[in-house]
Design a protein. Structure first.
Length: 205
C-alpha cells in the first residue's frame, strides 16, 4: 500500500529524527525531495562512512548551498510546489536563511511546515544541544525503567528520536489533510521531549 503517493515533501537534510520522518513518509508512498549540502562532506556521508545511507532510501537528493541566494531561490521554487516540509535545525536557522515559515508560506500558502527539535522553538532549553537520553530523562520516561530502590536503566538510544520522528510524521499527515480542505497550511512544531512525554502518559492509564 502506498497511501501517501500524492504527497510531495521537501526535506532539509539533517541527522536523526528529521530524516527518519522523511523515510517513514517515503515508505508510505510520499515523494520526498532532500535538499542536501553539496560535496562529500555532507552529514549523511560522514555518518554512513561513504557507504549506503539508509535514511536517504526512496528519496531524491538535490544538492544546494543555502548560503548562496540563487540556491535559496531554487529551494523556494521546490517548496512552492510541495505539500509539506521537514527541517530539523536549531530555532532561528531557517529564518536566517530566508526559508522560515513566513517566507515559505509566501510562495505556498497551503504548505505544512514541519519542525523537528529536541526542546521546541521557545523556552529555556530551545537553543541547547540535546541527545536522546536527555529527552527521555527530562520527560520523566526514564523513571519507568527503574526497579524499586534502584537507578533507572538507560533505554535504547533511539526512543526519543524515533518517537519524535513518528510524532512529526503524524502531525504532517494531519496538517496536509486539513490544508487540502481549508486551503491553509500550518506549522507543525514537533519537540522530541513533548512527544516522549505524551508516550509516557500511557503509563498512567
Amino acid at each position: 500500500m502506498q497511501p501517501l503517493n500524492h504527497l510531495h515533501v521537501i526535506e532539509f537534510e539533517g541527522i536523526g529524527p528529521g530524516p527518519l520522518c522523511g523515510r517513514v513518509l517515503a515508505d508510505l508512498g510520499a515523494r520526498v525531495t532532500v535538499i542536501a549540502r553539496p560535496g562529500t562532506s555532507s552529514v549523511v556521508d560522514k555518518l554512513s562512512g561513504g557507504g549506503q545511507a539508509p535514511l536517504r532510501e526512496g528519496k531524491t537528493v538535490v544538492e544546494l548551498n543555502l548560503k548562496h541566494p540563487d540556491d535559496v531561490a531554487q529551494a523556494l521554487g521546490l517548496v512552492a510546489s510541495a505539500d509539506a516540509l521537514i527541517e530539523g535545525n536549531r530555532p532561528g536557522v531557517m529564518e536566517r536563511l530566508g526559508l522560515g515559515p513566513a517566507a515559505c508560506a509566501a510562495v505556498n500558502p497551503k504548505l505544512v511546515y514541519g519542525r523537528m527539535t529536541g526542546w521546541g522553538q521557545q523556552g529555556p532549553l530551545a537553543h541547547a544541544a540535546g541527545h536522546d537520553i536527555n529527552y527521555v530523562a527530562l520527560s520523566g520516561m526514564l523513571s519507568l525503567s527503574a526497579v524499586h530502590g534502584q537507578l533507572p536503566v538507560s533505554p535504547p538510544t533511539v526512543l526519543g528520536d524515533a518517537g519524535g520522528a513518528l510524532g512529526l510524521a503524524l502531525g504532517i499527515v494531519s496538517g496536509v489533510l486539513q490544508a487540502r480542505q481549508s486551503g491553509q497550511g500550518c506549522v507543525v512544531d514537533a519537540a522530541i521531549v513533548d512527544v516522549v512525554a505524551m508516550l509516557g502518559g500511557l503509563a498512567q492509564w
